[in-house]
Design a protein around this ligand. Structure first.
Ligand code: EPU
Length: 298
């Protein structure tokens, strides 16, 4: 597409579009090339307009949440990366029986708000990075519980810009997956119960201590790289294959937890991808288990 048609595509939406936006700044791994278009709609109307224009011009759309579980190729993304992290998409509100939060709301902040309000349910997400949209779409969670257990309803938008609400009875949550097929999660309502803030805070602290002891927090990473195979732990399998600290270029397997890959300054997305393949091969050789990715690769 020529530069001129590039700018014309989103004419009138200049305030929310950037061209050739470096995506590394928007992911936790800080890796990856630029996006042809980077769009930051502030409300459902702007998102609707963005979706219509992309559809008309047949530009593929990618939805970016907090970038916590994402590896972007060094070549970047040819298409429109839509980030729901402004305006209306950050709103949260107490509702009868729980809390409503828009797609871009930060999960960590939400957990702390629940502690303050004395609302129990979301604390199982302590230490899980990401936004409401991403966490709901992939049923984020861990040993302490999954977000799906407390989702009351989800508001979504299809890639035709149709908006509707899916209620609990129509939703199915499984290990790191859901039956939400719509392109965009716009927001969700969580069913929470009143509890003593001190008790909830105790639980949050315990989870943090567990994670601090077992995971390389504070380093550039994308959380767990692989899903746990049924009944097994990917981290333990990687550990057993002797892969801790294994390095390719600027990417290496964490010494603390085998299912984390860390990226040094100067690392490339291709280093991480090569290391992922090496880990898969070695684990397969040792245990005959094929590890499936938990992170998304663009
Ligand atoms: N283990 C090892 N070596 C390792 C790592 C783990 O032997 O290098 C063993 C542990 O000792 C333990 C078992 O494997 O016996 C399970 O490890 P852990 O408790 O750390 O949990 P996990 O199954 O590896 C899951 C989630 C994490 C979440 C934690 C805690 C997945 C893929 N991972 O990890 O989620 O933080 O439980 O709730 O479901 C993520 O989703 O990004 C993520 C990090």
């Amino acid at each position: 597409m020529s530069g001129k048609s590039q700018t014309k595509l989103f004419a009138g939406l200049e305030e929310i579009v950037s061209l050739d936006e470096p995506l590394a700044d928007h992911t936790w791994l800080r890796l990856g090339g630029p996006a042809t278009y980077y769009l930051r709609p502030r409300n459902v109307e702007e998102l609707t307009e963005v979706v219509h224009r992309c559809r008309q011009a047949e530009v593929p759309m990618y939805v970016l949440g907090g970038g916590a579980n994402l590896l972007i190729d060094d070549a970047g993304v040819r298409g429109a990366v839509v980030h729901l992290g402004q305006g209306e998409f950050l709103q949260t509100a107490l509702v009868d029986g729980g809390l409503r939060a828009a797609a871009g709301a930060d999960m960590g902040k939400l957990v702390l708000r629940c502690v303050r309000e004395g609302l129990s349910g979301l604390e199982c997400l302590t230490g899980i990075p990401g936004t409401v949209g991403g966490c709901v779409k992939m049923n984020a969670g861990g040993a302490f519980g999954d977000i799906g257990n407390i989702v009351e309803n989800v508001q979504v938008m299809t890639d035709d810009a149709e908006v509707f609400t899916r209620h609990r009875a129509e939703l199915a949550f499984a290990y790191r997956s859901t039956n939400i097929s719509a392109k965009f999660v716009l927001g969700a309502e969580f069913r929470l119960t009143e509890d003593d803030p001190h008790r909830i805070l105790q639980q949050v602290k315990q989870i943090w201590i567990y994670k601090k002891n077992t995971q390389p927090l504070g380093h550039r990473n994308a959380g767990c790289i692989f899903k746990n195979p049924r009944g097994l732990s990917a981290g333990a399998l990687i550990d057993r294959a002797g892969l801790k600290a294994r390095r390719i270029g600027g990417a290496y397997v964490s010494e603390k937890h085998g299912n984390f890959i860390l990226a040094d300054k100067g690392a490339k997305a291709s280093d991480v991808l090569k290391l992922i393949n090496l880990v898969r091969e070695e684990v397969y050789k040792k245990s005959e288990v094929y590890l499936e990715l938990e992170i998304e690769v663009w």
